[in-house]
Design a protein around this ligand. Structure first.
Ligand code: DNO
Length: 405
């Protein structure tokens, strides 16, 4: 695996120097300042590559921009409304530009309106550090009582509806605002979160779009952009829904192995692949991570390694972001499955035998606490995660004691 690190650009609290010291071999970043739907220009791509290539003192960093996360798909494309055709044309143009700059891996997602969603960004775990948590009862309290979405209570079990009412009754105004802010935190890389009215307006736009319809839109998008990606040698990899179930009555179509099977088989190309995010998939008990790696191995172009601890066995249930080797996903088994796939690719002579991975998210620990990094992206928590994952990789790869010894 190639060990990479997500960087949000010069404003990130972690510097390129920090990333080099963490032992990362490459950087994952994006042109977060370019609005969705607009072409990524060669100049802007070059500027970001240049920023990655130097340390603070101007010396070469020795690392490069390896993976794009994300080249976002606009809401217009997802809804097939407004300027969507122009946005698709711009997406293709961006792919040509990133390929010309030597970039090969492009991560994106197809979640309507909200990207990842949590209810608590600073949930305290036993050791005193904090992490992000999704609590289905708090989420229902937001949906039913704060957002007051018509019909919301029908989307939850009676137990959750009851508990949500109890929790809502215990929230003063500022706690209500905080919960709404957490849920609508918006996209990483942007500092804006949506107002409740923004959310309502977005939801209204999806009123008539079913999951099947959204999937059709996704397949239309892929049938346009995948041939271009293939031509210029770019590997697209769709990130799973986070959490992997429907929220706010919106369709979610990339939550399970079956969802990926359908989409990757329909537009079958090595350029149409998966970002295997163990944290997103892992929030559902019916997603078996090592099995997903085995099934989709040849098309897994990027790995987000993180772990979650689920509260129970519900499909749409609560969870918190555990330590990378803690939680419900068997991380050692998953890494072993990745290494097997890499060995297979090597035998095939594939140029992408090494799959880029990044330690995804991290708990806030030590100096992270109070530093206010992007939610989920503390420096020390991720450094710890990377070190632990690297340890597993090293051990499994060992010539004498490892997997293939
Ligand atoms: C959250 C991230 C996601 C991811 C996008 C990819 O921390 O894993 O926001 O970057 O969904 O498009």
């Amino acid at each position: 695996m190639r060990q990479t690190w997500r960087w949000f650009g010069p404003a990130d609290l972690a510097s390129i120097d920090d990333i080099v010291q963490a032992g990362a071999e490459g950087v994952v970043t994006a042109l977060h300042h370019v609005p969705n739907g607009v072409v990524w220009s060669a100049e802007e791509i070059g500027k970001r590559q240049q920023q990655v290539s130097v340390r603070t003192d101007g010396a070469p960093s020795g690392i490069a921009w390896d993976v794009i996360e994300s080249l976002p798909v606009s809401e217009d494309i997802k809804k097939q409304k407004g300027d969507w055709r122009e946005h698709v044309a711009n997406y293709k143009q961006s792919l040509r530009h990133v390929a010309a700059a030597g970039l090969r891996v492009v991560c994106y997602n197809f979640m309507p309106v909200l990207d990842w969603t949590r209810t608590d960004l600073r949930y305290q775990v036993a050791h005193g550090g904090t992490c992000m948590r999704f609590d289905i009862n708090d989420f229902a309290a937001f949906d039913i009582h704060i957002l007051q979405r018509p019909g919301a209570s029908e989307d939850f079990s009676p137990e959750v509806v009851e508990e949500a009412a109890r929790r809502f009754a215990g929230l003063d105004e500022s706690a209500q605002r905080q919960l709404a802010r957490n849920v609508t935190m918006g996209l990483p890389g942007s500092t804006e979160s949506m107002t409740l009215d923004d959310v309502r307006a977005h939801l209204a736009e999806y009123g008539h779009i079913s999951a099947d319809q959204l999937r059709e839109h996704f397949l239309d998008f892929l049938s346009e952009v995948v041939p271009v990606a293939e031509e210029v040698g770019v590997r697209l990899c769709c990130h799973p829904d986070d959490p992997p179930f429907s929220l706010l009555g919106l369709p979610r179509i990339m939550s399970t192995a079956a969802d990926y099977r359908q989409v990757l088989d329909t537009v079958d190309s090595p350029a149409n692949g998966m970002t295997l995010c163990s944290g997103s998939f892992g929030a559902r008990p019916d997603n078996d991570l090592p099995a997903i790696m085995e099934e989709f191995g040849p098309k897994v172009h990027f790995l987000h390694l993180r772990n979650v601890k689920r509260d129970g066995t519900a499909i749409a249930g609560s969870f918190f972001e555990a330590e990378h080797l803690g939680g419900d996903t068997d991380m050692v088994a998953l890494i072993a499955a990745v290494l097997k796939e890499e060995a297979r690719r090597k035998r095939e002579g594939r140029e992408d035998a090494q799959i880029p991975m990044r330690p995804d998210h991290g708990q806030d620990i030590l100096d992270d606490l109070g530093r206010r990094a992007q939610p989920g992206y503390p420096t020390i928590g991720r450094l710890k995660g990377l070190a632990e994952l690297r340890g597993v990789m090293k051990a499994l790869e060992h010539r004498e004691y490892g997997l293939h010894a």
